[in-house]
Design a protein around this ligand. Structure first.
Ligand code: NAP
Length: 337
């Protein structure tokens, strides 16, 4: 199979991470990178053989060697770029979060109507650990989930603290993973029955820097979450409570072993399980090793759905993104009412 030719819009932090993942993927290659300033794109492609720097999204979309576009821009800029890419006949990989659920629906529908793939760029979904947890029989039926995702405070100039670029701040940036964990692991069939969230805002710029809350569903499943930039450290804790035990992770977003932020081969990737009146020493660790980092697998899986035209798989990924954003929207609305 020919490698999928990627164009990247944006030259920031996550654009670099995914460019590295494309370089490590067996199914993709980096064709071009666009910036609003050519100098940024030129700097970005230095050391990335085969990639061309261009100024502006239009120049990227006009290239025949760009078959797919990865949108690594701030949230308020994502949809127009993605829709333009789809109109130009490109598959789209768009980073999370989104403006709202209607925005995700418009992008995924436009892609489907054009016979193109749409995927949100959530890395952990592609780790074999996620599939292993979803397939685990020992948990019984998953009923409730608690997640916490904290990262240290970004610099004052970071887009995360700019309400014009990232309107929902930490709720969208980090709460996305909490809600995606709900979609993947609790998989509620019913609608949202209750949503409650409290937000902490930066006193200077009003950005959401911490969010805590609860979301519950018609079928009785419930999830509590706690996310933000205010804890002075990284936390990525997950507890999934089933009818026969509890699954745990302390790195559910970015595994400590081999993700873009961490390289600790001495910290095996997997999850814990405990059942019955177990103490801490009775906890079982179930390893879920992977030969490739989750962001590389994401690029591989995107290339696969682009090449194969597997409509069911495309629709399942799109639906997961829509559900995730729907739950975030419910929390955002609840926090402000
Ligand atoms: N999936 C993940 O693991 C992950 C991780 C981190 C971030 N993200 C998400 O990805 C998005 C970007 O985050 P980041 O940390 O990479 O931000 P960043 O470092 O600020 O980079 C954003 C880039 O977008 C480009 N840009 C800015 N405004 C634009 C516009 N109006 N139109 C087109 N391009 C524009 C800029 O490139 P030029 O100035 O060169 O044009 C900038 O470098 C955020 O929504 C964030 O939540 C996802």
């Amino acid at each position: 199979m020919a490698r999928l030719g990627f164009g990247i819009v944006g030259t920031g932090l996550i654009a670099g991470v995914v460019a590295d993942a494309i370089a490590r993927s067996r199914e993709a290659r980096l064709a071009a990178v666009s910036s609003r300033r050519l100098a940024n794109a030129t700097g970005f492609v230095a050391g990335r053989p085969g990639a061309v720097a261009v100024e502006g999204v239009e120049a990227l979309l006009g290239r025949d060697d760009v078959e797919a576009v990865y949108v690594a821009a701030p949230t308020t800029a994502k949809e127009p770029i993605a829709l333009a890419a789809i109109a130009a006949g490109k598959h789209v990989l768009v980073d999370k979060p989104f403006a709202d659920v209607a925005s995700v629906a418009r992008m995924s529908k436009a892609a489907a109507n054009a016979g193109l793939a749409f995927l949100d760029a959530t890395h952990f979904v592609h780790h074999p650990r996620t599939a292993a947890v979803k397939a685990s029989k020992e948990l019984g039926t998953p009923r409730s989930l608690h997640t916490a995702f904290y990262i240290p405070s970004p610099d004052r100039g970071n887009i995360r603290l700019d309400v014009n670029q990232e309107p929902t701040g930490a709720l969208g940036d980090l709460g996305w993973y909490s809600m995606r964990a709900v979609v993947e692991y609790l998989a509620p069939a019913g609608r949202v029955a209750k949503a409650a969230a409290v937000l902490e805002r930066d006193p200077e710029n009003g950005a959401v820097v911490r969010a805590s809350g609860l979301i519950a569903f018609e079928g009785g499943e419930a999830s509590t979450f706690d996310v933000g930039y205010t804890a002075g450290t990284v936390a990525m804790d997950l507890s999934l409570f089933g009818t026969a035990g509890v699954i745990g992770m302390d790195d559910f977003v970015l595994d400590w072993a081999d993700s873009f932020a961490y390289k600790n081969p001495d910290l095996p990737v997997g999850y814990t399980f405990r059942t019955g009146p177990a103490t801490r020493k009775d906890v079982t660790f179930i390893p879920t090793p992977t030969a490739f980092a989750q962001e590389v697998l994401m690029v591989d899986h995107f290339a696969e759905i682009a090449a194969s035209g597997d409509l069911a798989r495309r629709a399942a990924y799109a639906e997961a993104a829509i559900q995730t954003q729907r739950y975030l929207d419910a929390l955002w609305q609840a926090a402000r009412s």
